[in-house]
Design a protein around this ligand. Sequence first.
Ligand code: DOR
Ligand code: ZN
Length: 347
Amino acid sequence: MTRTLTLRRPDDWHLHLRDGAMMHAVLPWTARHFARAIIMPNLVPPVVTPADAAAYRDRILAATPRGSGFRPLMTLYLTEETQPRDVRAAAEIGLIAAVKLYPAGATTNSASGVKDFSKVRRVLETMAQVGLPLCVHGEVTDAEVDIFDREAAFLDRVLDPIRRDLPELRVVLEHVTTTDGVAYVREGGDGIAGTITAHHLVLNRNHLLAGGIRPHYYCLPVAKRETHRRALVGAATSGEASFFLGTDSAPHTDAAKLQPCGCAGCFTAPNALSVLAEVFEAEGALDRLEAFASLNGPAFYRLEPNAETITLERAAPEDVPAQIDTEDGPVTVFDPGMALHWRVSGG
Ligand code: DOR
Ligand code: ZN
């Protein structure tokens, strides 16, 4: 049985770091395993201008543990007021690595997102010209669409028309949760990729809802039925270049999660790599973990893979706390509901 596995240092292509005390508490957990991360801009207020992104990047760098070498890859939050010239300038100086599209109302702090997609066409056209990827939260928000169907409906109603209109636009369909999303990415050619989270590789909707509601498993897009989870495992472990890791690690305090109307998000930064190794091992695909976690993402973002490596070892279970403390209150670490045998050595 394989006991150690050395990979290029992974990156996280979808991460919520928050700000202030929460950021200080969660950032070290990402920086100890990941070299880079695409930083989500859904702060309150959101990161909408290049100046917002530069200031947020500087706060992240100031909070980054010394010597970790962690590099935040910044994004702008797309609104109907976003200026094409700002996006172009921010991309050209390397300030941003992507722009994030939240349909208005789709998820946490998405109220400033896009309602009328015709209003962002010029920005998208500029992005297509400069090759800047659009990161997409792919769910429609219409109240009449069932929450389990919102990803598939988004592909048909929103994303496909945009991509037909602007075939050069490079798109990351984030946190894919359905067979439809997997198929759409697979059939979409070089211009589209999909990120997959660690938690969606191990959760189906029974884990969330059967035998009691488990608020710490509530995230968006919501976990789907088992056939969809299997499709995600198939895509992630396939080695195909269009699928890579985006943890969507999304910390909320327990007080915010354990509410009559609790927040969406799983905090997976501490154990995402252990969960992945477990899933890949069970599929006999440990040799493809590096493609998923460390190689396919940089290739899509047109960056070099990291030169450094990390080594995972199959040893005693990873020593991850059940909760971490923050000045805002405790945050529960994702519990995959299974023993984890892999840990990052020295991490
Ligand atoms: O579960 C989620 N949490 N999904 C999202 O899209 C947003 C995120 C957050 O910011 O908490
Ligand atoms: Zn997210």
